[in-house]
Design a protein around this ligand. Structure first.
Ligand SMILES: [Zn+2]
Length: 263
């Protein structure tokens, strides 16, 4: 296999093979790869707490994101949207909105990157924030538009046409779907869309989930990088960001998650 065994984040330790996966985990979507004879991916870990999912399906996943990541028809999206939205007690989206409400001013101009079902931007609008969205899944794009959410790009890596500047740019469970050099490019790119005091909010799966085993969603196929508090902090500092908030949370939906605010 053609990759360096040194951890690309701390540059200190060799990464070690933790587990090889040959089949689907419970709740995991392999997008049809499970029907292929030689499906295989390897989970590696470094002493800094960072995990790497190493496999040869990145081109395949890229296509999936563009075409049918959601695998839902418009009607089903609407149903799921309402179901999640009504279950307020269990909403990790609402918890996130509550958290951000305390961190930024009302009327702030916010850009949500990778909006998915749009529950987060939808609730943010209700709280008085001005929201723009970026989403690449065709079904989701049409759905977001039907909820009167403002789409400014359908490709995370293409933002040249965006002329606005933002108080806050949010990446909720998005960056783990990219390799490290792509994450670097993406964060640098979006930094250029920030207002003078603007900030970036990041949510990624937390590798602390390993205490409950490796068959969990935090370590699923499409997460190339699973950060630890330590590795995320190191990574962001290397990119010359100032880390103004960094914390691990165990979410109401039982996900181990890291939250960070940087500028
Ligand atoms: Zn490391």
């Amino acid at each position: 296999m053609n990759f360096s065994l040194k951890c690309k984040i701390c540059n200190k330790s060799e990464i070690k093979l933790i587990k090889k996966f040959k089949k689907k985990n419970k709740g995991e979507n392999l997008f049809g790869l499970e029907n292929k004879k030689n499906y295989s991916r390897s989970l590696y870990a470094c002493e800094c707490g960072h995990y790497y999912n190493i496999h040869k399906y990145s081109k395949f996943l890229e296509k999936v994101y563009k075409k049918n990541y959601s695998n839902y028809s418009h009607k089903n999206i609407e149903k799921k949207f309402e179901k999640i939205r009504k279950n307020k007690k269990k909403s990790s989206n609402l918890k996130r909105v509550n958290f951000l409400e305390k961190k930024i001013k009302k009327n702030s101009q916010v850009l949500d990157v990778g909006s998915g079902f749009g529950i987060f931007p939808f609730e943010m609008v209700k709280c008085g924030f001005k929201m723009d969205c970026i989403e690449s899944d065709r079904n989701m794009i049409n759905f977001l538009k039907s909820k009167f959410l403002n789409l400014v790009s359908n490709d995370i890596k293409k933002i040249k046409k965006i002329k606005k500047k933002y108080d806050l740019i949010t990446f909720n469970k998005v960056l783990e779907h990219f390799n490290l050099s792509e994450i670097k490019k993406i964060l640098r790119l979006y930094k250029s869309l920030l207002k003078k005091d603007g900030k970036i909010y990041i949510e990624v799966p937390d590798s602390a989930a390993c205490k409950d085993g490796y068959n969990r969603q935090e370590f699923f196929l499409e997460h190339y990088n699973i950060f630890s508090l330590k590795s995320l902090n190191m990574f962001l500092k290397k990119l010359k960001f100032k880390v103004v908030y960094l914390n691990s949370i165990y979410e109401i939906n039982k996900k181990y998650t890291i939250r960070a605010i940087i500028k």
